[in-house]
Ligand binder design. Structure first.
Ligand SMILES: [Ca+2]
Length: 375
């Protein structure tokens, strides 16, 4: 039954070969493209590099940095003097501050446009190659943690295009900027980044890495799965058996770590992520179901009472559900009924659009794989 997707895939791959697009630009807000890409990409990267280097300033000695170093020395046995001198050389990056700002008010959310960024020929092609190369590790992670291979593959694809876009900021600069020079004009999250900076320093010390050598996103997320340092320390695992946890160079460690992360954030083996649903027509009923946002809060019976029409599987779902609204710009929104596994996915990145993109990319990858197999 999946054979119908085979021509689709062929057409998709042909399109890819005919038109090498600078797809990575769609990700530029979150992740810097690598310098060795298309020519105009390299030019743009050079401009950004200039921007980073010219406008950035060393942190320098300052009271907040002295306090941070003294605390970390006391709590974790760092050499206070060495830590302070090292951190003073980290750079404050204005671009990191700008990227941390929320999008302008009135920016319409658009699920269809968001989806199109991720479920497209080049990423599908890379995803199928990734799945082929790491089929054993994906199957082993599914066996051990109960997280389907397609979701791990979908998540790594959405995060970094299978390791191709892992961020080009020095992590120590990004975290130092957001700890000591958090931008004004939005909710102050410097305490969070202060904790992440401490986790990063513990991580690099434990792994014997130069803190100035690691690159990541503007927020300090690293490697194939874009783990923040604290998540790396708490949830990352050695899954290729070499005795080290390496999310930068080991896709297999990334696969095990993503599945482990989801398992530790409430993933329940065998439960679907969501069901199809027709939202209540009545505005008040709909608003009531939408109020808890993505937190599953209503039984299938309560959905029915409110006038939401669930699919057959949804009507039999034993646990709580959330009515998830995905806006489509000026068009009518899409709705799904999210389970606690949908919620678990949003613990990785707090966005229903993100979770849905992971789910749909994974689903498409599975379809193509099944279509390619002789039945
Ligand atoms: Ca390893």
């Amino acid at each position: 039954m999946f054979l119908r997707f085979l021509p689709l895939l062929c057409a998709a791959l042909a399109l890819t070969l005919a038109a090498p697009t600078s797809e990575a630009t769609a990700e530029k807000k979150a992740h810097k493209p690598k310098a060795a890409q298309a020519k105009h990409g390299a030019k743009r990267e050079a401009k950004r590099k200039t921007e980073r280097e010219v406008q950035s300033q060393p942190l320098g000695e300052r009271e907040a940095l002295r306090r941070f170093s003294a605390e970390l020395a006391a709590s974790d046995g760092f050499d206070e003097e060495a830590l302070r001198q090292m951190l003073a050389k980290a750079r404050v990056i204005p671009l990191v501050q700008r990227l941390m700002m929320p999008p302008p008010a009135g920016t319409a959310k658009d699920w269809a446009a968001y989806r199109a960024r991720f479920i497209e020929p080049r990423r599908l092609q890379a995803g199928l190659a990734f799945w082929d190369s790491h089929a054993e590790a994906l199957a082993r992670a599914e066996q051990r943690f109960g997280v389907p291979a397609e979701l791990v593959a979908g998540l790594i694809g959405v995060e970094t295009f299978y390791g191709q876009i892992t961020g080009n900021f020095r992590v120590i600069d990004a975290l130092a900027t957001l700890t000591f020079e958090f931008p004004k004009g939005r909710r102050d999250r410097s305490e969070f980044f202060r904790g992440e900076l401490a986790e990063f320093l513990k991580l690099t010390r434990r792994e014997g890495l130069d803190p100035f050598s690691l690159k990541g996103s503007y927020a300090g997320a690293m490697g194939w799965p874009q783990f923040m340092p604290g998540s790396w320390n708490r949830h990352a695992i050695d899954f290729d058996g070499d005795g080290r946890v390496d999310l930068i160079n080991s896709p297999v460690d990334a696969i095990g770590s993503v599945a482990h992360y989801l398992a530790q954030h409430g993933w329940q083996p065998g439960m679907p992520t969501h069901y199809t649903v027709a939202a209540p027509v009545d505005t008040a009923d709909r608003a009531r179901l939408l109020a808890p946002d993505i937190l599953p809060s209503f039984s299938a019976a309560q959905f029915a009472e409110a006038g939401a029409e669930l699919s057959e599987g949804g009507r039999e779902h034993p646990g709580p559900l959330a009515l998830v609204e995905l806006q489509n710009g000026s068009a009518a929104p899409s709705y799904v009924a999210g389970t606690s596994n949908f919620y678990a996915l949003t613990r990785y990145n707090w966005s229903s659009y993100y979770a849905m993109a992971v789910i749909e990319l994974g689903r498409e990858l599975r379809r193509y794989r099944m279509a390619a197999k002789p039945s």
